[in-house]
Design a protein around this ligand. Structure first.
Ligand code: DQA
Length: 144
């Protein structure tokens, strides 16, 4: 079982960035916690974050037939990127869409996502824990 944790733009600033929306935990903390889970469940977890669309798209392409499930927080690209959506469709890897904040409680431009209708499910507003819940879901999904 191979899982990719993929985070989009500005998420490298977690912990420093708008803590009211995103909390105080850093991306490094999240990735470490996820690696602990992965070790515990004997899963190969790859973590990747990028601030540009092309790097994210390349990572998705490289995952073709190499990764069984993606935990994806597309960050601002959630609301803008047809290219990233198309990349997810191209590789056809099941994924959960994750947002730390409740995007529906925020500005209306965050209410639409280019990913929700092609995701297995969406988690938003549960903070960093959302990544752990998504990981648990992925385990169940891959067992079926
Ligand atoms: C986010 C929500 C997006 O609207 C925003 O652009 C982000 C982070 C979240 O995790 O809550 O960068 O995806």
């Amino acid at each position: 079982r191979r899982i990719l944790l993929l985070n989009g733009p500005n998420l490298n600033m977690l912990g420093k960035r708008e803590p009211k929306h995103y909390g105080h935990i850093s991306l490094n903390d999240i990735e470490q916690r996820m690696q602990e889970l992965a070790t515990h469940y004997n899963v190969k977890l790859t973590c990747f974050q990028a601030n540009s669309e092309d790097k994210l798209i390349d990572k998705i392409h490289q995952s073709f037939q190499q990764i069984d499930f993606i935990l994806l927080n597309p960050a601002a690209y959630t609301h803008t990127s047809v290219a990233l959506r198309d990349a997810m469709l191209a590789v056809s890897i099941p994924f959960v869409e994750i947002h730390l904040s409740n995007i529906h409680k925020r500005e209306s431009f965050r209410h639409h996502s280019y990913f929700s209708d092609i995701a297995e499910g969406v988690i938003c507003g549960l903070g960093a824990k959302g990544y752990e819940f998504a990981f648990q879901f992925a385990l169940n999904y891959l067992e079926e």
